[in-house]
Design a binder for this molecule. Structure first.
Ligand code: IMP
Ligand code: MG
Length: 172
């Protein structure tokens, strides 16, 4: 592993927590269909693991927004790059995101999706950095709370690198 990386959550810890979140979602929506909407690209790996622990009739969809664009700072601007492909009307939507940081991205997406009249809209975020919040937003399913550290791996990047690391690592 590159010397600038330190493991924060191992692949085993991630797998155990993601399985728990999947069981919780399965319980909460017993017998109902759900649409898992992943925020590209960071949430792709989380969604694919989570989905295999959700024992419900489910479909996937993906959305893309502009993000850090090779910087460690968030510009505060959110721009939709790719919309979902299916109708959200009267569906149980679970918005799946890698990290809840300032809250700007999820606040924007939540507002956009609520305007399409889903039956329910819940948020699943693998990581939460509550100390960075600029917009207050409630996530229904959170994997781990972390301090204000920049992390990579398990789908998350720094300048598009490190997404393929199986563990979640802190970039020093
Ligand atoms: P927010 O709009 O500030 O909540 O930003 C959320 C997005 O910022 C996430 O979807 C990530 O793509 C990105 N992000 C925030 N913190 C990190 C980090 O520590 N590592 C990698 N990406 C991050
Ligand atoms: Mg993201």
């Amino acid at each position: 592993m590159a010397p600038e990386l330190k493991v924060l959550f191992s692949r085993e810890q991630i797998a155990a927590r993601v399985a728990e979140l999947g069981r919780q979602i399965t319980c909460d929506f017993t017998g109902e269909p759900v649409v898992l909407v992943g925020v590209l690209k960071g949430a792709a790996i989380f969604l694919s693991d989570l989905a295999r622990h959700v024992e419900l009739d489910s479909t996937f969809d993906f959305i893309a927004v502009s993000s850090y664009a090779n910087q460690r700072q968030n510009s505060g601007e959110v721009k939709l790059l790719k919309d979902v492909e299916q109708s959200m009307e009267d569906q149980n939507i679970i918005l799946v995101e890698d990290i809840l940081d300032t809250g700007l991205t999820l606040t924007y997406l939540q507002k956009m999706l609520l305007a399409r009249h889903p039956r329910t809209l819940r948020i699943a975020a693998l990581l939460d950095k509550p100390s960075r919040r600029q917009q207050s937003i409630h996530a229904d399913y959170i994997g781990f709370e972390i301090p204000d550290q920049f992390v990579v791996g398990y789908g998350m990047d720094y300048a598009e690198r490190y997404r393929n690391l199986p563990d979640i690592c802190v970039l020093r």
